[in-house]
Design a protein around this ligand. Structure first.
Ligand code: NAP
Length: 308
């Protein structure tokens, strides 16, 4: 593959930043990767893993002369990063981010972006419950969507260059406005995480079932929730605080629908329950058909007898 940007600065080198580093290197998309992160410990680990060519704890220093800057920090830190890098950006550079919420990131970053740089907010729909520089791996973005939420007046050439970058990583690129993104993500990502955090918290708080029983007898349904509920607390606190309106709207709908289900269970209305469970099963089939997941039972996880 060919060099798309002479120098790429990665601000934040956790799961997403380090996965980007692996792929940029593997695919030869730049001549130089500059890695910046807030703490000396994370920086040292990034260096041990060989994620970049140069390393610094100063975001301002990292962006100097960079052609593409990718900000991969918790969304609540977007404004402080924008302020820090604003004065050192090269004219014509593209500044993008990977934050899970978009309206808030735009509100935090855009006011600080100089006129002569291209600020293009983005969000790759790819990740795991792990965090930190050790969590990244090559191919994370392969076959996944990356959504851009461009602001008014975005330069078409810059958009095309950034699209080319994500496509080189194997992603499919889509565009929508930030408010719409935040609503869509509230239902497909943010609510499932909140529900998972809540159900695992409820199990932890139960007085009639001991914690050791929850762990000992955890069925696959509960275990699937614990995977989501093990996600990074800082990242998810920030998502909750920075997509508040859309999340509250979806939670209100969710609570209404849960009350409907609760009522159907209370009154023994099997038809209603069966109709809902049939509809939801079809959604799973559509996701598999769209190539967004595998059809294998239990997500294809190995079981004891598979090893024999
Ligand atoms: P992560 O693994 O926890 O890494 C976070 C990085 O941001 C680290 O380099 C950390 O630096 C830095 N950081 C943390 N707090 C900061 C602050 N207050 N100021 C400046 N830097 C700070 O996180 P991640 O999973 O890569 O997530 C990064 C972004 O990607 C988030 O906005 C998230 O919403 C988005 N995203 C995540 C996923 C996912 O599944 N994880 C998927 C799509 C998008 P130090 O370690 O040096 O403190």
């Amino acid at each position: 593959m060919s060099v798309l940007f002479d120098r790429i600065a990665l601000i934040g080198i956790g799961l997403i930043g380090s996965s980007l580093a692996h792929d940029i290197r593997r695919l030869g998309l730049t001549k130089e990767i500059v890695v910046a992160t807030r703490s000396a410990d994370t920086l040292k680990r990034a260096e041990e893993l060989g994620l970049g060519d140069r390393y610094t704890t100063s975001s301002a220093e990292a962006v100097a002369d960079a052609d593409l800057i990718i900000v991969s920090v918790p969304v609540g830190a977007s404004e402080s990063v924008a302020k820090e890098i604003a004065g050192n950006l090269k004219p014509g550079a593209i500044v993008t981010d990977v934050g899970s919420t978009k309206a808030s990131v735009i509100a935090q970053m855009q006011p600080h972006m100089p006129e002569n740089v291209h600020f293009i907010p983005g969000h790759p729909l790819a990740g795991t419950e792990k965090s930190g520089p050790d969590a990244g791996f090559p191919g994370l973005f392969e076959g996944r969507w990356c959504i851009f939420t461009p602001v008014a007046g975005t330069d078409e050439t810059a958009l095309k260059r950034l699209r080319g970058f994500w496509q080189a990583l194997g992603s499919k690129v889509d565009e929508m406005d930030a408010e719409h993104h935040d609503k869509v993500l509230a239902i497909v990502s943010h609510l499932p995480h909140i529900i998972a955090y809540n159900i695992v918290g409820t199990a932890d708080d139960l007085e009639t079932v001991t914690e050791s029983e929850v762990i000992k007898y955890s069925a696959s349904g509960f275990r699937d929730f614990t995977r989501l509920a093990a996600s990074d607390p800082t990242m998810w606190r920030d998502v909750c605080l920075h997509n508040r309106d859309a999340i509250l709207e979806m939670l209100a709908r969710f609570s209404e629908d849960l009350a409907y289900l609760q009522r159907a269970i209370r009154w023994g209305e099997g038809d209603k329950i069966f109709e809902l469970f049939t509809r939801t099963r079809a959604i799973r089939r559509s996701i598999v058909q769209a190539g967004q997941d595998v059809d294998a039972p239990d997500f294809g996880r190995p079981h004891p007898l598979d090893k024999k």
